[in-house]
Design a protein around this ligand. Structure first.
Ligand code: ATP
Length: 259
């Protein structure tokens, strides 16, 4: 249920603009990897290439390869819809479907993937996903109420339950706590810690303490200036990145001297 990701020589373009240049890195299964760096350095752009989500943006394209346990996500004949089933994504703002109930929201991805399941299997799956997202106890008595009636933090966990329900191998999170209060943020961070028992987790965060708290490995991206491509500057164990980084720019960034 958890896969290694090998990114090799990846360039990402928006039309003629090279947004991310020449990134190679390995992400281990059952681990949390944080992407950090100043605004515009390409963290979200790069994250989206790990499930081909950038392809919904006209003109966006990649060169290079992204291997999941050795299989290239960009290989000939690979269906991006299938890639996104294996590599789920959670966004900055929780985005439950407003007209759907809590249970329908959890099962929405499963139904999109055209899996026909019985009512009892659907109930079981919804419970398992909600438990996996640490939300079950809070919503078990109102599964048929709208997902939009939950708090922001609960909605974000609902979106995580929706991602889990399709049984992905990898979960990508793009600043999942940026719209949340500190208590809800801690709930999501606890959950990320649990998720790595089963999944490969990659998180983009602006919050340095969060990267230090939740991740095993940290990748620092930077840009040389406006219009220049983002590049991977340092990738290392999180402890090392925050205590003894190898590159001066990493040290400057994590100590708050720029960015
Ligand atoms: N849809 C798009 N079309 C064209 N250029 C884009 C698009 N999305 C992002 N970019 C550009 O790509 C570069 C990287 O942007 P990206 O959003 O990936 O950076 P980021 O590090 O995630 O920034 P932030 O931390 O502010 O979210 C920027 O120069 C940005 O303007």
């Amino acid at each position: 249920m958890s896969k290694r990701i090998d990114i090799k020589d990846l360039n990402v373009y928006y039309g003629d603009f090279l947004a991310v240049q020449d990134v190679s890195l390995r992400i281990e299964p059952r681990s949390v990897t944080a992407f950090i760096g100043p605004s515009g350095c390409g963290k979200s752009t790069f994250l989206r290439t790990l499930n081909r989500m950038h392809e919904v943006i006209p003109g966006a394209r990649v060169e290079g390869s992204v291997l999941m346990d050795g299989d290239d996500l960009y290989g000939p004949g690979v269906d991006p819809v299938n890639v996104r089933r294996q590599v789920g994504m959670v966004f900055q703002r929780a985005n439950p479907f407003p007209t759907m109930s809590i249970k329908e929201n959890v099962l929405a991805g499963v139904k999109l993937n055209d899996r026909r399941i019985s009512a009892s299997a659907a109930n079981e799956l919804a419970e398992r996903a909600l438990r996996g997202a640490n939300l079950w106890e809070e919503v078990k008595d109102r599964l048929d109420k709208p997902g939009s009636g939950l708090s922001g933090g609960q909605q974000q966990r609902l979106c995580i339950a929706r991602a889990i329900a399709v049984q992905p191998e990898v979960i990508l999170m793009d600043e999942p706590c940026s719209a949340l209060d500190p208590i809800s943020t801690l709930a999501i961070e606890d959950l990320i810690n649990d998720l790595k028992n089963d999944y490969t987790v990659v998180i983009v965060t602006h919050n340095m303490q969060q990267a230090a708290r939740v991740s095993d490995r940290t990748a620092f991206f930077n840009i040389a200036g406006t219009g220049k491509p983002g590049r991977l500057i340092e990738y290392n164990d999180t402890d090392k990145m925050f205590s003894r980084p190898e590159v001066q720019a990493t040290e400057d960034y994590v100590s708050g001297r720029f960015g």
